[in-house]
Design a protein around this ligand. Sequence first.
Ligand code: SF4
Length: 403
Amino acid sequence: MSLGLYVSVPFCRSKCTYCNFASGVFSAEQMGRYVERIAEDVRSLRGYAAEQGAGIPQIVDTIYLGGGTPSLLPAEELKKLFFTVRQEFKVLPKAEVTVECAPGTVTDPVIQALVTRGVNRVSLGVQSFVDKEAASVARLHTQEKTLDDIARLRKAGISNINVDLIAGLPHQTRASWEYSLDQAIATGVPHVSVYMLEVDEDSRLGRELIAGGTRYHAHFVPDDDLTAEFYETACDRLNAAGIEQYEISNFARAGFESKHNLKYWTRQPYLGFGVDAHSMLRAAQQSADVESVRLATTDSYDGFFVAADWKASMVSKEQALEESFFLGLRLNRGVDLARLREEFGSEIHKYDTTIAELEADGLLRQNGNNIRLTARGRLLSNDVFERFIVVDRYAKPTIPEAG
Ligand code: SF4
């Protein structure tokens, strides 16, 4: 089994109004300190993980720099980061290496730095091809800039590109959403991610949506029904264009599914470095109480510098089975019950009633050993997943954002 590596880079040019991540605007010097701190963790996390009883695969086949905006890292810091990773891990020559970039930050020197470090996949946080919508949430790019970035990335040899879109942005209408989808399709990129705007009190727009106000354009945010309709339109249009849905929020042309993100949904091992990063590793000695080990770092930028502060938690077999259901059901291909039976034995039958009820509710479909969400189930996926959580003491794991 091979390993995925995730590095969290919490730097941004400006703060998007809908953002609820631990990210901010920092100086080049602070970025240098941060990379240095990550390098320490890259060198020592394996030792810590082993102390917690985790087995660590030697071979790395995916690397993902997410954020934040990793493309803001100076070329020198990017070089240090990749140098340390390659020094500590055996990275396959054909590894999928993704870097998230904000359109408008992908300058020629940045592209050069990415290519030189072996980056072969870029995820662009476009969110909307309509300039007014992007500007209303403090994104700094335009459609023209985005198209130019895509063209220059391709020219440099990086054609495995993802475009992120958000349904439910202020000022979005049916027509403007279809325009964004059509533009994404017209670029010819092989991967598109579609997220529905999250409303929570950790973002400025979210707070305004809850409390009322107009400063962040909350009064122009489409209602939930319309946003759900946008999501359904995205599924229809992208599927029709051959960019097929393979996960609740992710669509790809055949062969371009994100290998790294697939690890999260299929419970493959990964290590996460940096602020608010998570790791999941199989236990070296498995037992009913310890099937795998999760590690998490602090979500505080300042706290990250104080001391190595990983929190380890053990995942029992019972919890691992729950995860297999609610993570696997995120995928359109669904969950193979025969495979789960092989791994977890007759324990899986305690979900028979849940599966039957969800099927009767039209949220899930069973075909032999395969179960998968229906289109309606995908729209109400959080409600479905909760039905698979039966272990009281267990909180759902945080899965890194996929793009
Ligand atoms: S949404 Fe992404 S780019 Fe925008 S502030 Fe948050 S982390 Fe940065």
